[in-house]
Design a binder for this molecule. Structure first.
Ligand code: GTP
Ligand code: MG
Length: 359
C-alpha cells in the first residue's frame, strides 16, 4: 500500500513524512519551499506483532508497512507537482492541512484549505479527461471501436460531475466502470484522509475536531476521513525513549503516538486488516483489504502460495496468545481451524497456508 502526502505549501507534509518514516529530511522554511519529492517506508506499529515475536523468538520480525511519498506543496492554481508518477499510483491520499499559525502569524483556515485542495485534485482529473476525450474523438473518427466508444461514454459522464465539483470517490460508479478507469489513476478517486496539523497548544481541540473547525459537512463524505497530528511536537516525542515518551505523551494529553493514530486512520480509510504468519524464521504482519479470501491473502505472501493453495490453517490471535504460542494446545482446545480458499480472513488471525506447486 502506498500513501501520497499532499497539501498546500508549508502545511507540514515533510514534517509528517519524517515522523512516519523516521527519516530526517530538511523541512521548508518561510519563503523557501524545497520543491523535492521524498519517498520512504512507514512501519505500522502493532503490539500484537511484538507479543507474537516475544512468544516465537523468530530470527526476524517484520511489521506491515506503507510506502509514503511526500510531494512538494502545491499552491492554488499551481498543481503540476501532482503529475509525479511516484505519486499517481498512491492507494490513498494523506492531506496535511495547516492548522497552526504560519511564520507570519497568519491564522490557519483548514476548512478553506481542504476545499481548495479538493478543487485542485478535481481540476487535475478534468485536465486528464479533456486530453483523453480529444484523443478518443480523433481516433473514433478514424476507426470506430467499441472499446473507445465505451471509454468515451464513461468519461463524458465523469466530466460534468467533476465540473460540478464532485470528486470521483463520491460518485456511485458501477464496479465495471470504476475498474475501467483505474488506469487513469484519477486523484479525486483516491480515498483521502484530511489530517489537520495542529499547533501544540491546540492539541486539546483534537477531541472535537469536527465541531472545533466547522468540518461537519466534510466528515460524512464517501471514502473520506478526518484526522490530526501536531507534527513538530510529536516528532520531538518520537525521539524520546520508551518511558520518557509515555510520560511526555501523557503530559500532552495524548493516548498514543502520532504514527499509530495516523496509520490506524489509514487502515480504516482503506478498509484494511492485518493477519499474521508465525514461525522460527519470521513473525510477520500482512495487510489486506477487509473481506479478502484465504487464497488471495496467500497471494499477498507469494503468488505461488495462492496458485498452489490447498488449505489455510487459521488460529485466532487471542487463542494463540492464551496457549502461549503452542499449536498443540490450540488444537487440543479445538481452536485450530482448517479453511478452504473461500474463507474470509479476519483481523488478527494467524494463518499458515498449505500449498503445493507442481514442478
Ligand atoms: N508551529 C508549528 N509549525 C509547524 C508544524 N508543522 C510544521 N511546521 C513548520 O512549518 C514549516 C513547514 O514545514 P514542512 O514540513 O516543511 O511543510 P511542507 O508542507 O512539507 O512544506 P512544502 O514542502 O514547502 O510545501 C516548518 O518550518 C515547520 O517547522 C506544527 O505542527 N506546528
Ligand atoms: Mg515538504
Amino acid at each position: 500500500m502506498k500513501i501520497g502526502l499532499v497539501g498546500l505549501s508549508r502545511s507540514g507534509k515533510t514534517s509528517l513524512f519524517n515522523l512516519l518514516t523516521g527519516q530526517s529530511v530538511a523541512t521548508s522554511t518561510f519563503g523557501a519551499s524545497r520543491g523535492e519529492l521524498h519517498m520512504g517506508v512507514a512501519r505500522v506499529p502493532d503490539e500484537r506483532v511484538d507479543r507474537l515475536s516475544a512468544l516465537f523468538k523468530p530470527k526476524k520480525t517484520t511489521s506491515a508497512t506503507f510506502e509514503v511519498v511526500d510531494l512538494a506543496g502545491i499552491t492554488k492554481g499551481e498543481r503540476q507537482g501532482l503529475d509525479a508518477k511516484e505519486f499517481r499510483n498512491a492507494d490513498a491520499l494523506l492531506h496535511v492541512v495547516r492548522a497552526f499559525p504560519d511564520a507570519t502569524g497568519a491564522a490557519p483556515s483548514p476548512r478553506l484549505d481542504i476545499v481548495d485542495l479538493e478543487t485542485e485534485l478535481i481540476l487535475a482529473d478534468l485536465e486528464v479527461i479533456e486530453r483523453r476525450l480529444q484523443r478518443l474523438e480523433a481516433s473514433i473518427k478514424k476507426k470506430r471501436t467499441d472499446a473507445d466508444v465505451k471509454e468515451q461514454a464513461i468519461l463524458l459522464r465523469l466530466k460534468p460531475a467533476l465540473e460540478a465539483e464532485t470528486p470521483i470517490r463520491a460518485m456511485d460508479l458501477p464496479e465495471d466502470e470504476a475498474k475501467a478507469i483505474r488506469g487513469f489513476t484519477f486523484l479525486s478517486q483516491k480515498p483521502i484522509l484530511h489530517c489537520l496539523n495542529l499547533a501544540e497548544k491546540e492539541i486539546g481541540r483534537a477531541a472535537s475536531l469536527v465541531e472545533s473547525f466547522g468540518l461537519a459537512d466534510l466528515a460524512g463524505r464517501p471514502a473520506t476521513r478526518l484526522g490530526w497530528v501536531s507534527a513538530v511536537i510529536e516528532a520531538e516525542v518520537a525521539q524520546l525513549a520508551g518511558d520518557e515518551q509515555a510520560a511526555f505523551l501523557a503530559d500532552l494529553g495524548l493516548a498514543e503516538p502520532a504514527i499509530k493514530r495516523v496509520l490506524t486512520d489509514c487502515y480504516t480509510l482503506l478498509g484494511l486488516i492485518s493477519f499474521f504468519t508465525v514461525g522460527e524464521d519470521e513473525v510477520r504482519a500482512w495487510s489486506v483489504p477487509r473481506g479478502t479470501r484465504a487464497q488471495e491473502a496467500a497471494g499477498a505472501i507469494h503468488s505461488d502460495i495462492a496458485r498452489g493453495f490447498i488449505r489455510a490453517e487459521v488460529v485466532g490471535y487471542d487463542e494463540l496468545l492464551a496457549a502461549e504460542g503452542s499449536m498443540a494446545l490450540v488444537r487440543e482446545r479445538g481452536q485450530f481451524k482448517l479453511e478452504g480458499k473461500e474463507y474470509v480472513v479476519r483481523d488478527g488471525e494467524v494463518c499458515h497456508f498449505r500449498f503445493n506447486v507442481a514442478k
